[in-house]
Unconditional design. Structure first.
Length: 543
């Protein structure tokens, strides 16, 4: 009888049964004088004792401002030290941190503030050409729940930090003692590529344990220094990064407010980082920095890639040229805190590039038929589902949407198509909605993309489907060429593919571009690509 696609992560290490604030204080009790946080742009740095003091001061200011357990406190800012302090300060009082995407504009900002019922907002004053203050003041009259806005780096921030005198240390201790690790502590809004975003509601237990076990599988300890160019508003930064570091007494290194490949490499060199995070496109950008070979990256040993599968050739360069021999691959989603599967430090190249790892400790995973809901045999394609401590409480004040995502047995249905191998490792082959059906055959763009990465002149590629009258859908390859390489057309790409992949998998159309539409976290926006290609091709795509 065939083995079903079900697995669970076993561990001799128990789940952490404490709040985020308690864990930070316990870490400081162990490694208080070890460096905890470094902000490269300003040169500011804090050890663990100092970080606890700062977070506690912010927590007392929150109490003085009338913030109580369960109140929502928003943060709308790129990466900075204040973001980290607010993450831990809100946790100490039990306020629910509302993460706001730095790319949001007024309609999106108004929606998340209104939907979450945010009472106090911390905002940057501006980012690049975006005037956050003007946008905030524009939407503020329509938000009756929003009582106060504090601008980071502004006199309003100084006034906020000066408030603790009216709230004692004992008052804070009493407020913290009323918290449970099952309390909601964070709302993270999904990308909202179809309709308005939904607020995944996460607890101390959800994200503290996920960060801890991510760091544990990467072998983190007091000597590690984790460079985080990924955004804090997303789980990648604040859970896998910040909590992954602080649960192990490692240092958080902020290379820049927004992703800058050269600044990231400079931070790794200067701060002697041992770990570096990013999505594959970030690593591709770092490898492409002019003078890359001049940076001393020898301190690196590990790191984390997530967000999308890593091309084999990129992984080879990351392991050799960036010295990240123990780099891990992780897979997950905001609703699951986020990581469900992760590779291990001794996994070979194939497992790091052809899979997203195996079940995390204390996590169950399975692959099911999207129609019947039954587990498929190992080796068969189906929808990836996960269950365990990491599954969110639900979407904030949207029980109907929650019921669509989490079934009666507690399984989170991800919408991702996956294959579980005989050894329990999982390969994500695409989104259910990204799967292309050409002439009645299911085609998974990831497989084609992986093959096209072997072309010597192609730097990056994304494959999508567009409507076609004859076959239902046809394939379009969006291609970024390597610097100095000649362009390639559909016929040239077809010549490269013929005899090496099945004819129905050869893209009919090629679009040469300098960049892909991306989310702030570095994920390719294939929905937007389909819209653009469908509009550009018009009748050509339906010939």
């Amino acid at each position: 009888m065939s083995k079903l696609s079900y697995a669970h992560g076993t561990s001799d290490i128990a789940l952490l049964g404490e709040t985020i604030g308690a864990n930070l204080m316990n870490t400081a009790g162990r490694v208080g004088t070890s460096e905890a946080l470094v902000e490269c742009a300003t040169g500011r740095r804090w050890d663990y004792n100092e970080l606890v003091d700062w977070a506690s001061k912010i927590a007392r200011s929150l109490l003085a401002a009338g913030i109580e357990k369960g109140d929502r406190v928003g943060v709308w800012s790129p990466n900075c030290a204040e973001w980290v302090a607010l993450q831990y300060g809100t946790a100490l009082v039990g306020a629910i941190l509302v993460n706001i995407n730095p790319a949001y504009r007024t309609s999106e900002l108004e929606f998340v503030l209104r939907q979450s019922g945010t009472k106090l907002l911390f905002s940057a004053t501006s980012v690049k050409t975006s005037d956050y203050r003007a946008m905030t003041e524009q939407v503020r009259p329509s938000l009756p729940a929003l009582e106060e806005v504090v601008y980071i780096g502004d006199p309003s921030w100084d006034r906020f930090e000066a408030m603790p005198a009216s709230v004692s240390v004992d008052d804070l201790a009493a407020a913290h003692a009323r918290l449970s690790f099952d309390d909601p502590i964070n709302i993270q809004y999904t990308s909202g590529t179809t309709g308005f975003p939904k607020g995944a509601t996460l607890t101390h237990h959800n994200i503290l344990n996920n960060g801890f076990f991510v760091g544990d599988l990467l072998g983190y300890g007091e000597a590690d220094r984790v460079c985080l160019p990924v955004p804090f508003y997303h789980c990648f930064g604040m859970v896998m990064g910040n909590l992954g570091a602080t649960t192990h007494g490692s240092a958080i290194v902020i290379p820049a407010p927004l992703f800058d490949p050269a600044a990231t490499l400079a931070a790794v060199e200067k701060e002697r980082a041992t770990s570096l995070y990013g999505v594959p496109t970030m690593f591709i950008a770092e490898l492409g920095v002019e003078g890359f070979s001049n940076y001393d990256l020898s301190s690196l040993r590990t790191g984390l890639m997530a967000g999308s599968p890593c091309p084999v050739e990129v992984m080879k360069r990351v392991q050799t040229e960036m010295h990240m021999h123990e780099v891990g691959i992780a897979y997950g989603m905001t609703e699951t805190s986020p990581v469900s599967t992760q590779t291990r430090s001794d996994d070979d190249l194939e497992h790091r590039t052809a899979t997203v790892g195996r079940a995390m400790p204390h996590i169950e995973i399975k692959v099911v038929d999207p129609v019947s809901g039954l587990s498929v045999d190992r080796g068969a394609t189906g929808e990836f589902c996960t269950r365990g401590y990491s599954v969110m409480l639900g979407y904030w004040e949207q029980p109907d949407k929650t019921a669509e995502a989490i079934d009666a047995a507690g399984w989170m249905h991800t919408g991702d198509l996956a294959v579980m191998k005989d050894d329990g490792y999982v390969n994500i082959v695409g989104r259910i909605k990204d799967m292309v059906i050409r002439g009645g055959e299911n085609i998974y763009p990831r497989e084609i993309e992986e093959f096209l990465y072997t072309h010597p002149d192609i730097a990056d590629v994304a494959v999508i489907g567009v409507p076609d009258q004859k076959y239902g859908e046809e394939l379009v390859a969006w291609v970024q060429m390597r610097p100095g390489a000649p362009s390639i057309d559909a016929e040239g790409l077809a010549d490269f593919c013929r005899g090496r992949i099945a004819h129905q998998k050869i893209p009919k159309f090629v679009r040469i571009c300098q960049s892909f539409p991306m989310t702030v976290t570095g994920k390719v926006r294939k929905v937007e690509m389909r819209e653009i290609s469908s509009a550009e091709l018009g009748s050509s795509a339906t010939a």
